[in-house]
Design a protein around this ligand. Structure first.
Ligand code: TSJ
Length: 659
């Protein structure tokens, strides 16, 4: 947590304590419990759902769906539906037993009311450094209730439909029987509170769809249907994967050429923890490992990934020796063993400890032991029984090992030829004067003319410009030796100064802000995606540290007489236009669209996109990078059709924002 954030948190904490003291004078007894609980969520929403930006808004849905999934894991629920209704209202239903409706002795109230009004201790993001595991029934229900303008719950149970209603966490209708039914299940409908979600209350179907698909893969046999009912025609997808994470691997390898037909699958458990692994090699050079703990994605990895990697390397080396595929002293490294690997790891445990910068890393060491044991046993057995697959995998690892050696030589020869070791910077870089990396920024600019404007417009004391033009290498299709030889990527690696891959050393980084500046159109999105994929694959700590940003160029220029203003979004354009017009509807405001960075003059570019006092930068998260990477791993392989679809879809988006 940064100092400012910490200060901010402490201030909120104090305010909250003050308000609780006041409350105590006004109310007595059990009411305080309820009030305090949900007030805490509204005072510090970030502690419960991570943030109140778009990501927090989507998190509300995951919290509710998690409860239905718990019911599925308990073995009582087969179908879950998620609907985005007009007005960005969310409806989630399941066909489980239905939340209990009987009176609780401690509170004298029906359980159904208590679940949504009492905050369970800690909360998912509370409780110090660790995120407490899911699987506590109803934890999310009250948090989502507190952050909803309104929420309604209907439970089908015992032949009756029971209903409760709330507004911003307060009950507006006690539990009431509203009808008869012949089924069981729970239905929750809520509208996120715009007072809490001030950035946006608009749901992104693709984000929810992707997460629900993930949940369907991770819970084999569970039916999840997601529907967007906001448009004229509903958009819907009904998902169910009997093969679970095996099918997840097949899905990720969709546009790849697999090295072996069958997806390798193994599972095991110890005490109350269980681990599942599925993987398949393809003929690419990249590794894709997606790991999950209690169905929560862990992009920073952790003990489950460590256990898998160790076991894989050990088993392949032992097998290679035994089958005489590796000579006496030969070894294949971990990286060699993972070239072309596509793997899903899913573990379930009672007390998951989430650590790391973004609480996205699993810390339980017993899980490393479990995954290691399961993979060592089962993979050894599998290779014994499937020698053809064993040989194909070992051959791949050996080729990777030789290529790595060739890459090392290529790198050294490039260094010798160009003399870049001696601190000489590439021609395409216009460096800044400052030398302290924490004060330096580098703009990576696409296009000749935009690069020129950026060089003239910048503050050369601390802003460096690296111009790139022409087609960039798709790293999905290249090994490290190609990357060192690439005329776009190599200058960038040298300019950043920290190397790549295993050799990457963040201490040597020359700039602590790396800013991608590309147009707000399809081509710009393409360049951004390629660069993010490269950083994700070869310089991941850059993203983990939060050093990578996307510049946000303006979309519109508004002119009234001599007054010129710019807008970065459609709503902002409308607001500024109204403001400039004032009370006079007949005033003419000229609105033009910026076609691209290239057509801005240096001064305009500085004012709107580069001046630290006025610009907006969007920090790239690991999640953004994972998504960018998946666009390639899933959509951008050899196959032309999915790529066309992607571009058409994004072109469609570009048309929409034009209107
Ligand atoms: F988040 C939530 F609480 F709002 C919510 C809960 C939302 C949704 C869509 C579903 C659920 C939910 C809860 N579905 N099913 C259940 N099950 C129970 O709460 C339940 C039912 C029976 C028993 C029992 O022991 O008989 C125990 C529990 C926890």
């Amino acid at each position: 947590m940064s100092d400012e954030t910490m200060q901010e948190e402490l201030k909120k904490e104090q305010e909250w304590e003050d308000s609780v003291t006041q409350t105590e004078h006004e109310y007595g007894g059990s009411e305080i419990q309820v009030l305090e609980g949900l007030e805490a969520v509204r005072k510090r929403p970030g502690m419960y759902i991570g943030s109140t930006s778009s990501s927090g808004l989507h998190h509300l849905v995951y919290e509710i769906v998690d409860n239905a999934i718990d019911e599925a894991l308990a073995g009582y629920c087969k179908h879950i539906t998620v609907d985005i209704l007009p007005g960005d209202v969310i409806k989630v239903t399941d066909d489980g037993r239905g939340v209990p409706v009987d009176i609780q002795p401690q509170t004298g109230r029906p359980a159904l009311e208590v679940v949504y009004t009492v905050l369970h201790a800690g909360g998912k993001f509370g409780g110090g450094g660790y995120k407490v595991s899911g699987g506590l029934h109803g934890v999310g229900g009250s948090v989502v209730n507190a952050l909803s303008e309104w929420m309604e719950v209907r439970v089908h149970k015992n032949g009756s439909i029971y209903e409760v209603k709330f507004s911003r966490g307060n009950m507006t209708q006690e539990m009431t029987v509203v009808g008869k039914t012949d089924r069981t299940g729970t239905e929750v409908v809520f509208k996120p509170d715009p007072e809490m979600f001030t950035d946006t209350t608009v749901y992104d179907y693709d984000i929810l769809h992707t997460r629900m698909r993930e949940e369907a893969f991770l819970n084999a046999g569970l039916h999840i249907t997601i529907t967007d009912q906001r448009g004229e025609e509903p958009v819907s997808d009904a998902m169910c994967y009997e093969g679970g994470i095996r099918e997840f691997v097949t899905y990720l390898n969709t546009n790849k050429t697999p090295l072996h037909e069958q997806v390798i699958y193994m599972a095991g458990q110890k005490d109350d923890a269980m681990a599942e692994v599925a993987f398949q090699y393809n003929d690419s050079y990249n590794e894709t490992i997606l790991s999950f703990a209690n169905n929560v994605h862990t992009p920073e990895g952790g003990m489950h990934e460590d256990g898998f990697k160790r076991a894989l390397t050990n088993v392949l080396n032992a097998y290679g020796k035994k089958m005489k595929l590796l000579k006496d002293d030969d070894k294949v490294s971990g990286e060699d063993c993972r070239e072309g690997l596509c793997c899903i790891i899913s573990v379930k445990l009672t007390e998951a400890q989430f650590e790391g910068q973004t609480k996205a890393k699993l810390g339980n060491s017993e899980i490393r032991t479990l995954v290691n044991a399961v993979v060592t046993d089962k993979l050894t057995e599998f290779l014994e029984e499937n020698p053809a697959i064993g040989k194909a995998i070992l051959d791949k690892a050996l080729t990777a090992s030789r290529a790595r050696e060739a890459a090392r030589k290529a790198r050294e020869s490039v260094r010798r030829k160009t003399g870049l070791e001696g601190g000489q910077m590439p021609e395409k870089l216009q460096d800044c004067n400052e030398r302290d990396p924490s004060l330096c920024e580098i703009y990576i600019v696409e296009g000749d003319s935009a690069g020129g404007s950026a060089i003239q417009g910048r503050d050369s004391r601390f802003q460096a410009i690296l111009s790139m033009w022409g087609k960039m290498l798709n790293v999905e299709k290249a090994r490290a030796d190609k990357i060192y030889g690439n005329d776009k990527l190599y200058p960038m690696i040298v300019a950043l100064g920290a190397g790549i891959g295993d050799e990457f050393d963040i201490e040597k980084l020359r700039y602590h802000k790396i800013i991608i500046m590309a147009d707000a159109d399809v081509d710009g999105a393409h360049i951004r995606t390629l660069l993010l994929t490269f950083f994700f694959r070869y310089m991941r700590p850059l993203i983990e540290k939060g050093y990578v940003y996307s510049a946000v160029p303006p979309l519109y220029k508004l002119t009234r007489g001599k007054t010129v203003r710019v807008a970065y979004s459609d709503p902002e354009r409308d607001a500024i236009s109204a403001e400039m017009r004032g009370d006079n509807p007949s005033v003419k405001i000229d609105i033009s669209r910026f076609k691209g960075l290239g057509e801005m003059d240096p001064h305009e570019l500085w004012e709107t996109t580069m001046d630290p006092e006025r610009r907006t930068l969007r920090r790239i998260t690991l999640d953004d990078a994972v998504k960018a990477d998946q666009i390639f791993t899933v959509l951008m392989g050899e196959e032309v059709e999915p790529r066309k679809e992607w571009i058409e879809k994004n072109a469609q988006y570009a048309v929409n924002i034009d209107i």
